[in-house]
Design a protein around this ligand. Structure first.
Ligand code: FAD
Length: 549
């Protein structure tokens, strides 16, 4: 296979910035449709041989995620405060982005997730809006995601599932003990459990091996390619076209524009810290819900003094995160659930908002065991067990094999003052302004969590857990699901990109990733990011063929 290699002065059709859930798909679609593509990815190009079951290195030291020493963040709760240096966002920083190290829950959004405003009206203190696309627009692309990437699951078991044109291409993964308990008890309670859809192969698929049940999914890369990351799936296809170059170790600092206000390419620091400009006819920004708005703000110029694509002032606004609460239970008998992919069964019975509850929002609850030995020893047990000596050892022996978690994954309202922008003082290792996060949960976000925590506790009680515990629900200051900062919409004054991800202000600039979300669904955004990317690439390719870019 001859890999494409372009010179920076060659004007390629598309530069794609970031190679994660969105960037990998966009690169594959554009290159297979005949366009020349350069993908600029700041992280390294790791291969399966680089992934290891080393909990200290991978999980505790975070070798697959962004490095807050080199790329620091600051955080504050409100615009009136001075932000303090602390880790605020985390994401996969390598070719494949977050899909390399994620847990691989690949759940479609439901119809309501695209039309919250029409269904529920306004919510005080939030900017609830409908999306300019609906579930029916995305359904063919959700199907494409499942078929092309490989998703294991079983359709038709949940009455709350949105309509689908095809079943999952692979059957569900084996049920875990926590899943079996959850399934039995929730059925008895009149609820509707179903197997968690996972981007992990239950059987060999398209030349890739099935899952070996090693259980190193969350935060780890999969060394047998059973996790359907963009690294294992679409990126090799893109490279195989001979038209797509994946250029790793390239940290983009600016999207360049000319006097006409058109994008001309991207300027990046290469591995040796030299500045390079890659020329392109169009740029597709796929750097995620935190880094995409940061890069647009870094790309200001005399023509765009407030940042690129920011005439609305909304680049970075309506930042949304993953809200969730974990309730844990310890049982009399061992479950030994440290094997297999983490998540096993889910319910969506509380997915929709319900006016009777008195607040907006809802969510799902899943049964999982997503602990590794060291992590469990440090954070997995209740606060009242001994933390040292013989008592600690006895507790570990008792709790590790007998515990399971119920994770409630929930909603988060879009609030205009919740933002990603540039810190005025702190710089990163390349001298660029650090990412600043301003975030305070809307009160309804926390009310939903209390509601779901109570439901999860009821399930564990009905299951006969010997001990049940959870952390106090607190406002969020740190997150790995990054959404909503370059909102899509039909009105250029109230959104950053249009329904096809084209920036309202710049004709040959597209933003495709978690930042386009208008509302946040109920966690697990990646299936929707993939689907949006397939759809956006189709429309970009059609526009390019008609000479409209
Ligand atoms: C521990 C963990 C578990 C998760 N589990 C799940 C799950 O089970 N299900 C789910 O749906 N979601 C999960 N997520 C979230 C998931 O990883 C993200 O939703 C998804 O990867 C986002 O896709 P994206 O394309 O928007 O961005 P990313 O996948 O983050 O890709 C962006 C890429 O752009 C690169 N980049 C950024 N800035 C620049 C720059 N200036 N120059 C060059 N390159 C740049 C980054 O290095 C990265 O590779 C998890 C996240 C974490 C942290």
């Amino acid at each position: 296979m001859k890999l494409a290699r372009y010179r920076p002065r060659d004007t390629v059709d598309f530069v794609v910035i970031g190679s994660g859930a969105a960037g990998g798909v966009v690169a594959k679609e554009l290159s297979t449709q005949g366009f020349s593509v350069v993908v600029l990815e700041q992280g390294p190009y790791l291969r399966e041989k680089d992934f290891a079951h080393d909990e200290l290195k991978t999980f505790r030291q975070g070798v697959l995620i962004n490095d807050w020493e080199k790329q620091p963040n600051t955080f504050r709760k409100s615009p009136e405060e001075k932000a303090m240096r602390q880790p605020a966002v985390f994401y996969g920083r390598q070719v494949g982005g977050g899909t390399v190290h994620y847990t691989a829950n690949l759940w479609r959004f439901h119809e309501v997730d695209f039309e919250e405003r029409s269904r529920w009206g306004t919510v005080a203190g939030a900017s609830l809006e409908d999306w300019p696309v609906r579930y029916s627009d995305l359904e063919p692309y959700y199907t494409k995601v499942e078929q092309e990437l490989g998703v294991s699951g079983e359709a038709g078991l949940s009455p709350f599932d949105p309509p689908r044109s095809q079943p999952y291409p692979l059957p569900p993964l084996p049920v875990k003990r926590c899943g079996a308990i959850f399934e039995r008890v929730t059925r008895q309670m009149g609820l509707h459990p179903f197997p968690a859809p996972l981007a992990i192969l239950s059987q060999p698929y398209r030349g890739r091996a099935a899952c070996t049940q090693c259980a190193f999914c969350k935060s780890f890369g999969c060394e047998v390619r059973a996790k359907s990351s963009t690294l294992a799936t679409v990126i090799p296809v893109a490279e195989g076209t001979g038209r797509c170059e994946i250029r790793s170790g390239c940290y983009v600092r600016k999207i360049e524009t000319n006097a006409d206000g058109r994008v001309t390419g991207a300027i990046y620091f290469d591995g040796r810290g030299r500045e390079v400009m890659q020329k392109a006819r169009a740029v597709v920004l796929c750097a995620n819900g935190a880094e995409s708005p940061r890069l647009l703000l870094l790309s200001r110029s005399s023509r765009f003094p407030d940042g690129l694509a920011n005439s609305s002032g909304l680049v970075g606004a309506y930042f949304m995160v993953d809200t969730g609460v974990s309730v844990r239970g310890m049982f009399e008998r061992p479950l030994n659930d440290h094997k297999g992919p983490h998540v096993s069964r889910v319910i969506h019975d509380y997915y929709d908002s319900d006016a009777k509850r008195g607040f907006w929002g809802g969510g799902g609850i899943d049964a999982r065991f997503d602990w590794y030995p060291i992590n469990f020893a440090l954070d997995g047990m209740p606060g009242d067990v001994p933390r040292w000596g013989a008592g600690y050892k006895a507790a570990l022996k008792e709790y590790f094999p007998r515990s399971m978690s119920l994770l409630a994954h929930s909603t988060c309202l879009p609030v205009e003052s919740n933002r990603i922008d540039l810190d005025p003082d702190l710089k990163d290792a390349w001298g660029l302004p650090a990412l600043r996060m301003t975030y305070r949960n809307h009160p309804d976000d926390l009310k939903v969590l209390h509601f779901l925590k109570d439901r999860a506790t009821e399930i564990l009680e009905a299951a006969g857990a010997k001990k049940i515990w959870s952390r106090k629900i607190e406002e969020l200051t740190f997150t790995g699901h990054l959404m909503g900062t370059c909102r899509m919409g039909n009105d250029a004054a109230r959104s950053v990109v249009d329904r096809n991800h084209r920036a309202h202000d710049v004709r040959n600039l597209f933003v495709v990733d978690g930042s386009s979300f208008v509302t946040c669904g109920r966690q697990q955004p990646t299936c929707t990011i993939h689907a949006l990317a397939y759809r956006a690439a189709d429309s970009m390719a059609a526009a390019a063929r008609k000479g409209e870019i």
